[in-house]
Design a protein around this ligand. Sequence first.
Ligand SMILES: Cc1cc2nc3c(=O)[nH]c(=O)nc-3n(C[C@H](O)[C@H](O)[C@H](O)COP(=O)(O)OP(=O)(O)OC[C@H]3O[C@@H](n4cnc5c(N)ncnc54)[C@H](O)[C@@H]3O)c2cc1C
Length: 381
Amino acid sequence: MQKVYDAAVIGLGITGAAALDELARRGASVIGLEAYHPGHGMGSSHGDTRLIRLGYFEDPAYVPLLHRAYRNWRSLEERVQEPLLHITGVLHIGKRDGKILKGTGLACEQHGLAHEWLDADQVRERFPVFALQPDEAGLFEHQGGYLLAERSVNAFLKSAAQAGASLQYGQRVLGVEPGDGGVTLRTEQGSIRARKVVVATGAWIAELVPQLREAVSPIRVVVSWFQPRERFLTTPHRMPVFLREDNKTGEGSFFGFPMVGSDGIKMGRHAHFREPIANPDAPNAPVCERDLELLQDAIDRYVPGAGGIFSKAMTCRYTMTPTENFLMDLLPGQPNVVVASPCSGHGFKFGGVTGEILADLALDGGTDLPIGLFSFDSLHG
Ligand SMILES: Cc1cc2nc3c(=O)[nH]c(=O)nc-3n(C[C@H](O)[C@H](O)[C@H](O)COP(=O)(O)OP(=O)(O)OC[C@H]3O[C@@H](n4cnc5c(N)ncnc54)[C@H](O)[C@@H]3O)c2cc1C
């Protein structure tokens, strides 16, 4: 007779890996299915680093989840005996009344988070790599830092396997068929039965959840690395991770990291040029002149102390929702199907808590964690 798992998780980026680990550690029999191979470059979770911060300018409602995520990242580190979360502080730069500084300040005030306002001269004195205009300021939030990205995914998968989860790579799910008492997953090799399923397929999510075709849109983004002329100014103990309003265009922002590896400091623009991806299975359009001009101009303009010599660039993808909030909910009318798309370019850090949320939804049908922003009903704001 065919085995029926308590739960199946489709997609093993950071979201699926975290869910698989939590489900397995709660004692569920669980299988994780991934279309590609570990660390593949077609999704959103590969690469070296992702930024983490507590003072969330997007909405202070994220802060309680972030506290929980920080706690859970530390406990994952304990389980796998590997450092994953590195605190450097995060420096927000822009106009005091701009979206990033105003929103971060509000979140810090509301939730009592350690932070400091710095004027332009104070920023230059303390962190000499950055350039500010006289009417700009810095907001330094002490608990910011970065996560090691691929290592974090691997850590969840290792912990899940140790707790008894099965993992299958090169196993694309072609269809999810809910039925009485569970779901059947159609794969290229046959079928798998489970009582509950978590769909965490990133840019491919609308293929298995067609209800999302209009709402969720994958876009191409590019990140770049620059070798600093003065290395010691850009090491994590001298240079924090940063978010920086784009004062050239007056909209959007750049994010960046100190030297964490040998490729130099990393920088990208949130959502880049918002170029839609029509077919997630086709490789992203390669890095082009227009991408490099934007990024070289930004490093010269905003981080001149690093003296950026171009090192390399690569493409990646965001899966955007209309509000740029996440989606984590039961599929309406299908209580055995949990849908998870924590992306819009800021979901990685929540990997510490998404596992808990998704396991609650799958095993208990609901959660006490504050996820009101992430429902199907909230998708369009
Ligand atoms: C350049 C860049 C910078 C970012 N910076 C930050 C940051 O600083 N901080 C932050 O918090 N977040 C950041 N993010 C966002 C964060 O990385 C994403 O939110 C997160 O990685 C999304 O993970 P995921 O598991 O939901 O999706 P993915 O990583 O895309 O994983 C989905 C997986 O599902 C698999 N899959 C798809 N279809 C199927 C199928 N039918 N069957 C089986 N498997 C399937 C795919 O192969 C893929 O591996 C950034 C993202 C990018 C791209």
